[in-house]
Design a protein around this ligand. Structure first.
Ligand SMILES: Nc1ncnc2c1ncn2[C@@H]1O[C@H](COP(=O)(O)OP(=O)(O)OP(=O)(O)O)[C@@H](O)[C@H]1O
Length: 207
């Protein structure tokens, strides 16, 4: 369970005051709201990225552990963005292995299984620039999951994809996250992206 309590975010021209948000294991909580309201800032705060442009007070816990004061490297939270940011100088296989935290003898078998699960068995030696947007999106999600995060944050992960790809990558993402049974938060402008409960940050907006 991911829990946010008593969160106040003071931006230059507005504030967000959010008493409580909680996300259960296997749940994807969707955040919406006008451009500039603070959706990405909220995700970055959960991730643990220091933010010079906003004063933030609040409490964050994950599976009962208080993360509020912990730095990013001790939070074990994954991020997927619309850039599907993979290391450009590494092949798909190297990207996946770089992120992988679990140890086992047969790394090659693990990579093969991962690529097979997303229908990209032939792409282990390809570089990110040689992949389509939808292929990159699938590998980026696999890479995030390879780090065995306890929660995952998705910041407009589908917005660079065309309508058809969007539907298939979306379904792929929800099925992977359902398998992983971790709490997830999604930021999107497209209501069709939301797989469940939606929180509109405009309800928490103050001038
Ligand atoms: N690097 C920055 N420097 C100064 N102010 C910033 C910076 N990044 C964001 N902001 C301000 O912080 C506020 C929240 O931005 P944020 O990116 O979190 O909004 P958002 O809801 O994710 O927007 P969008 O839907 O357009 O991505 C905005 O009002 C913006 O002007």
């Amino acid at each position: 369970m991911l829990e946010i309590n008593h969160l106040t975010m003071v931006f230059k021209h507005h504030q967000l005051v959010i008493p409580k948000l909680s996300v259960a294991p296997g749940q994807v909580l969707t955040l919406t709201g006008a451009s500039g309201i603070g959706k990405s800032s909220l995700l970055q705060w959960v991730l643990g990225v220091p933010q010079p442009n906003v004063a933030i007070a609040g409490e964050l816990s994950l599976n009962g552990v208080d993360l509020t004061q912990r730095p990013i490297e001790q939070r074990n939270i994954g991020l997927v963005t619309q850039q599907a940011d993979l290391f450009p100088h590494m092949t798909v296989q190297q990207n996946l292995l770089f992120a992988r935290t679990a140890q086992s003898a047969d790394r090659q078998a693990w990579v093969a299984e991962q690529l097979n699960s997303v229908g990209l068995s032939e792409y282990g030696d390809a570089y990110p620039a040689e992949l389509s947007g939808g292929q990159r999106a699938r590998i980026a999600l696999l890479r995030s999951l390879a780090a065995s995060p306890k929660s995952i944050l998705l910041d407009e992960p589908f917005s660079a994809l065309d309508v058809k790809l969007r539907t298939s990558v979306r379904e792929f993402t929800w099925s992977k996250l359902a398998d992983a049974q971790m709490p997830a938060m999604l930021v999107t402008h497209d209501p069709a992206d939301a797989p469940g409960e939606v929180v509109n940050l405009e309800h928490y907006y103050y001038d």
